[in-house]
Write a protein of this length. Sequence first.
Length: 100
Amino acid sequence: MHGSMAGWPVVPHRKRLAFDLSQRHDLCAGVMFQSGQLVRVNLAGLQAEGVMFQAAVTDAVGHIVKQTSDQPPVYLVKLLFSFRGVTEVEVPADRIHANK
C-alpha cells in the first residue's frame, strides 16, 4: 500500500520514539488523547494510591483528564468505576485505547 497502511497516514520514522511501530500495531505515532475523551485502559500490574491492579484489569473504561507527561506520554484518566477507592490513575499512552 502506497501512502498509508491500513488507513493510517504514513509517519516518517523519528529517532526520539521509544517504540518500534512495526511491532506496535495498536498504537499510532502521534496519537494524542483529548480531555474528556472516553477511553479504555489496561491497568494490569500498575499501582495507584496503594492499590495494585491485577492482571485481569485490562479493559477499564474512563475519561482523559489531562496529559501529565510528554516523554513518555502519560495521561491522567478518571475511571468510570472505583477500584478500592481509586478513581483516577496516571496511565502510559501505550496502555490507552480510544473507545469505539
